[in-house]
Design a protein around this ligand. Structure first.
Ligand SMILES: NC(=O)c1ccc[n+]([C@@H]2O[C@H](COP(=O)([O-])OP(=O)(O)OC[C@H]3O[C@@H](n4cnc5c(N)ncnc54)[C@H](OP(=O)(O)O)[C@@H]3O)[C@@H](O)[C@H]2O)c1
Length: 486
């Protein structure tokens, strides 16, 4: 069955930096379904040839040594451009005629990828529906991939879902969060559910708490205008951090398929109670890096949080009493995304020569980026020093272990899944809404009051010092470690 991949926002950054390089790499690896055509749609007046030329340069830049001029030449013959404005119905009629022309009037599966600013998602969906581009038959599948952010709060996410569902049934909708395309995130499912040694300890009996950190070294840069409205909660926590939490905390699905996987993920969010004003004062923390308000596009009096930390509790049999600490920030010490499973201390310590804390006990660090892999921390005897002990580690680093294989970009896996109709790694409507239901009260409370205080921090640290104290107040320590795996 031929496939047509239609990109709205064809002239944009995401298309040239991620989407086309991912499609090219899939073709290079022989994974792209045969007869996959790519059609770009945006207002810029390119010819097919202009767009191909521009993409040749950007794809060469973003795929590095994997770029092969001859292969690109063959691949690019299946790339087309149809100029159009999302606001103009007639441009969708033209797009429809063009798609039918290149598909030769035969059956084809189509994936519409909305790689535009979020305000265009709804109009694009409505235009696709009105032009008869959304309805599918048994042989001609129609899917729509929607980029993040999906809404800016619960009400807008619900409205967007309703609008999408006027034309696309839920099984046609793929809400993308590229974190789910990362090998280590998928490997977390394998670690938990394809091994017998982790699952027995993956619960409140053995785990003291979980920390999920997404730290960025960069400041807001060119994205300041967008970021000042969004802040760290909308930009990172509602999507990436909650996705990591769901994968860490979910129960085993009955099988690895889209709905069973997403059913289990949604149950995790449902087990997190929306926070009260008192919970938010006590269990959330916000900060802004010094110098943030000097960026172009940021209000001089902006109180947007560029750093957030929060404690969430998953109220179910597995996790009752085990806090999940989530934290993310810009202008931090380094770039790292890590999930830390901090185990409890042994019930009785024979060898300790001083007071010990939870941080001295076993720890599993799942590093999602920059390098991907896992590190297990455990106690060991120091040689020739009596029964002195100290922590050491065992690690698994993807690149080292699978030398020569190269790590795929997250978009490769996700675009292929969308083409093949596997939605396991995409968010479902109820999942997107349940995530907002957790975040909304926090944003509302932060907007309304002064508590918790907005703390300032210097770029290049792990957020405000007060956040370290806040964690000490919980009897715990942040795992402030730049990538443990190189
Ligand atoms: N860039 C990233 O790394 C990244 C990462 C994660 C998520 N995202 C998300 O992906 C989406 C796209 O991001 P981006 O960085 O690629 O944005 P961008 O560079 O600003 O591109 C926006 C695209 O939309 C097109 N467009 C604007 N108005 C249009 C209209 N009326 N009709 C048709 N096309 C129109 C623009 O082309 P014309 O001006 O030619 O019409 C351009 O191709 C955003 O939702 C963003 O949040 C991006």
């Amino acid at each position: 069955m031929p496939h047509t991949f239609v990109i709205f926002g064809a002239s944009g950054d995401l298309t040239s930096r991620k989407l086309i390089p991912a499609l090219y790499n899939l073709r290079r690896k022989g994974r792209l379904p045969e007869q996959t055509r790519i059609v770009g749609f945006s207002r810029t007046a390119y010819s097919h040839e202009d767009w191909r030329k521009e993409l040749a340069e950007t794809t060469a830049k973003f795929t590095g040594d994997n770029f092969d001029g001859e292969l690109w030449e063959a691949f690019s013959q299946q790339i087309f451009y149809q100029p159009g404005d999302i606001g103009v119905a007639d441009d969708f009629a033209k797009l429809k005629a063009f798609l039918e022309e290149i598909e030769g009037g035969g059956d084809a599966t189509r994936v519409y990828y909305l790689s535009t600013a979020p305000r265009f998602y709804e109009p694009a969906i409505q235009q696709l529906g009105a032009a008869g581009l959304a309805c599918e038959t048994c042989d001609c599948k129609r899917r729509v991939v929607i980029e993040k952010p999906f809404g800016t709060d619960l009400a807008t996410a619900k409205a967007l879902n309703e609008s999408v569902h006027q034309h696309f049934a839920e099984h046609q909708v793929y809400r993308i969060d590229h974190y789910l395309g990362k090998e280590t995130v998928q490997n977390l499912l394998v670690l938990r559910f394809a091994n017998s040694i982790f699952e027995p300890v993956w619960n409140r009996n053995y785990i003291d708490h979980v920390q999920i950190t997404v730290a960025e070294e960069v400041e807001v840069g060119k994205r300041a205008g967008y970021y000042d409205n969004a802040g760290v909660m909308r930009d990172m926590v509602q999507n990436h951090l909650l996705q990591l939490l769901m994968i860490t905390a979910m129960e085993a699905p009955v099988k690895y398929a889209a709905d069973p996987v997403r059913d289990e993920k949604v149950k995790v969010l449902q087990a997190i109670k929306p926070m009260s004003a008192e919970d938010i004062r006590r269990d959330t923390f916000r900060g802004q890096y010094r110098g943030y308000t000097r960026h172009d596009g940021v209000e001089a009096t902006s109180r947007t949080a560029t750093f957030a930390a929060l404690k969430l509790c998953v109220h179910n049999w597995r996790w009752q009493g085990v806090p999940f600490y989530l934290r993310s920030g810009k202008a931090m010490s380094c770039r790292t995304t890590q999930i830390v499973i901090q185990f409890r201390q042994p019930p009785h310590m024979l060898f300790a020569d001083g007071p010990r804390t939870a941080a001295d006990s076993n720890r599993l660090v799942i590093q999602v980026q920059p390098a991907e892999g896992i590190q297990l921390h455990f106690e060991t005897k120091v040689p020739d020093e009596g029964m002195k002990i100290r922590q050491t580690d065992l690690d698994f680093n993807y690149r080292r272990e699978f030398r020569g294989k190269g790590m795929p970009e997250a978009y490769e896996r996700l675009l292929l899944d969308a083409l093949e109709g596997d939605a396991s790694l995409f968010a479902r409507a109820d999942e997107a809404e349940a995530a907002w239901a957790i975040i909304d009260p926090i944003l509302e409370s932060w907007r309304a009051g002064d508590k918790p205080t907005l703390f300032m921090y210097d770029p290049g640290f792990w957020g405000p010092e007060e956040c370290t104290e806040w964690m000490h107040g919980q009897g715990r320590e942040w795992f402030d470690s730049c990538p443990v795996l190189k």
